[in-house]
Design a protein around this ligand. Sequence first.
Ligand SMILES: N[C@@H](CCC(=O)N[C@@H](CS)C(=O)NCC(=O)O)C(=O)O
Length: 207
Amino acid sequence: MTITLHHLGQSRSERIIWLLEELGAPYELVRHSRDAQTRLAPAALGDIHPLGKAPVLVLEDGRTLAETGAIAQYLLHKFDHANRLHPVPTSPAWPVFLEWMNAAEGAVFLPFLMNAYLRPTGLMDSPLGQFMAAERAKVLGHVESHLKSHSWFAGDAFSAADCLMGFQLEAAEKAGAISESSAVHDWLTRARARPAHQAMRKVTAQD
Ligand SMILES: N[C@@H](CCC(=O)N[C@@H](CS)C(=O)NCC(=O)O)C(=O)O
């Protein structure tokens, strides 16, 4: 049985499609659409995993795996034996890779996620909203400064950390938040030139 990715339209699961395309791994895709009003995932995703969120991977033996970072690690272990998309643990790039792989769903994601919750509830100007705006600026400043001296997140070589960071940076661009971040802008240009990113966009164009 091939692995199956449960993908929710306009969501983090884009990162795993991009990674699968970079790996050239065989996979099946099951699409789910967000509720037009609540923007939440449909109940069908709750039948796959109790949290009902995407991405979820159904493994060859039918077991399920949730959490973007865990899915990425699983896929690298299974399909990246030549270390094309992750540095070897003895390399100086290894800790840098680990930090960005985890920051993508941690420090980098949180202030943007809070933005998505605070905006519709009219709380952007609240003390929490202002705190989160400062956190977003800090995070983007850190990303910009890192990319000023590195072509890719783990250093000179493209890696899965780029796939994981991409979703947030594309969202930040859409929100008009990177107009003064030239290194992020250049990274987006390099990322979008990759055939696997273009293949991912072909898939997500139907979302
Ligand atoms: N920490 C999880 C977060 C998963 C998550 O929150 N996914 C969002 C997509 S961006 C989702 O499914 N939201 C729909 C919902 O909560 O109903 C991961 O990294 O996979």
